[in-house]
Design a protein around this ligand. Structure first.
Ligand code: SF4
Length: 378
């Protein structure tokens, strides 16, 4: 800086100090400073898809929350914001989690067993589940988490380099980092990598159909089978999730469903029977159903873990209602983590935790009786 420039700057600064002490101007408050920092970090990553101008503000049509936001407001999912009358996603190329997981961890038991999934998540979620295991990243926004710099091209490169069969959009909620998921999935497809979503299924039909065009497999949480419980437990509604399940199936995405049994919330056998009957009556008999054990966490720390007996009773009910592949998860060393042939009942896939110990499926068929086993095996 030249001496003259420096003098001018100093003069400006002194003028401002005088004006400030005289009450003529005000220094930026904390909100403005935060805004400046945000601008610097370029958090407005990308213009969001499925936005619509309304008289009340900009509406996001991605999920049933259908947030309507005014200038500067942040969405329910904490990662969308309006700037200059446009909705932006703040969750693009900046995941706060990136790991290589066994595909069984999603859980997906009938989709390339034993393969690796490059797993990413950004901060944010469209539900507020009391029992969220990942609440430290789901209930915050991308400008508050420590993030990786991983644009879609790099995610695909890393997946190839690490010998991953698939990329999983997981941990928090891919519905809310929709643009990042979609663009990465398009590139992954071109590179011969499969795409997986682990999701709450809380998404509107139109964005879901677009997403399904590049997704190969999904594990969807069906958190309860009662509207009132759904609302109290998650902040969302049940019906849109049931609708989404049908879309996934109709679009040919390989689907598995998880029902976490939370004591006093989603452990009533009559509701579990209703849920299994609905699945059976609506074409999901061949869709694997995972009953998962709850462990105390987040806002339900006071509850005990789900008794194993409850999980076993639920599995019996599912089998009675005609579901062919029923599993119990989160219970180490239980035989209900193995896959049985629905025709001859022989054990097909033996699992120890997330490890495959034995696989008796060849070309998608049972080695013993030769019947087709539903899934994507090779
Ligand atoms: S995805 Fe986020 S911004 Fe869009 S409607 Fe759902 S909660 Fe609102």
């Amino acid at each position: 800086m030249k001496t003259k420039d420096f003098d001018n700057t100093k003069r400006d600064f002194l003028k401002k100090c005088f004006a400030f002490s005289a009450g003529i101007i005000s220094l930026p408050g904390p909100a403005v400073i935060t805004e400046m920092i945000r601008e610097e970090q370029n958090i407005y990553k990308k213009v969001a898809l499925f936005q619509e101008e309304t008289a009340r503000g900009i509406m996001c049509r991605i999920c049933p929350n259908e947030c309507v936001l005014k200038e500067g407001e942040i969405s329910k999912c904490n990662n969308r914001r309006v700037k200059n009358s446009k909705l932006y996603t703040m969750a693009f190329g900046n995941p706060c989690s990136a790991n290589i997981d066994p595909v069984e961890k999603k859980p997906l038991y009938h989709f390339f067993p034993g393969s690796r999934a490059y797993s990413i998540a950004t901060a944010g979620c469209n539900l507020v589940c009391l029992n969220c295991q990942n609440w430290t990243i789901s209930q915050t926004s991308p400008d508050k988490t420590k993030n990786y710099d991983l644009m879609p091209e790099r995610v695909v490169e890393e997946s190839v380099k690490n010998n991953c069969r698939s990329i999983a959009y997981t941990y928090s909620e891919p519905v809310t980092f929709y643009e990042y998921t979609y663009e990465t999935a398009v590139l992954a497809r071109k590179a011969g990598i499969k795409n997986i979503v682990k999701s709450n299924g809380y998404i509107n039909a139109e964005p879901l159909k677009k997403l399904c065009s590049v997704i190969d497999a999904a594990n969807i949480d069906l958190k309860a089978f009662n509207e009132s419980t759904y609302l109290k437990l998650t902040g969302g509604k049940l019906q849109p999730v049931l609708d989404a399940l049908k879309v996934y199936r109709e679009m040919g995405v390989w689907l598995e469903i998880t029902h976490l049994i939370v004591p006093t919330w989603s452990d009533k056998m009559e509701e579990i029977r209703k849920m299994c009957r609905w699945l059976s009556d609506n074409g999901f008999k061949n869709t694997p159903l995972h009953f998962s054990r709850f462990y105390p966490v987040h806002k339900l720390e006071q509850l005990p873990p789900t008794p194993v007996e409850i999980l076993r009773n639920a599995s019996k009910i599912a089998a009675e209602e005609g579901l062919k592949y029923v599993y119990i998860g989160n219970v180490p060393g239980n035989e209900m983590a193995d896959t049985k042939c629905p025709s001859c009942s022989s054990t097909l896939v033996v699992r120890q935790g997330y490890r495959i110990v034995q696989n008796n499926i060849t070309g998608g068929k049972c080695n013993k009786c030769g019947k087709v086993v539903d899934g994507v095996w090779s």
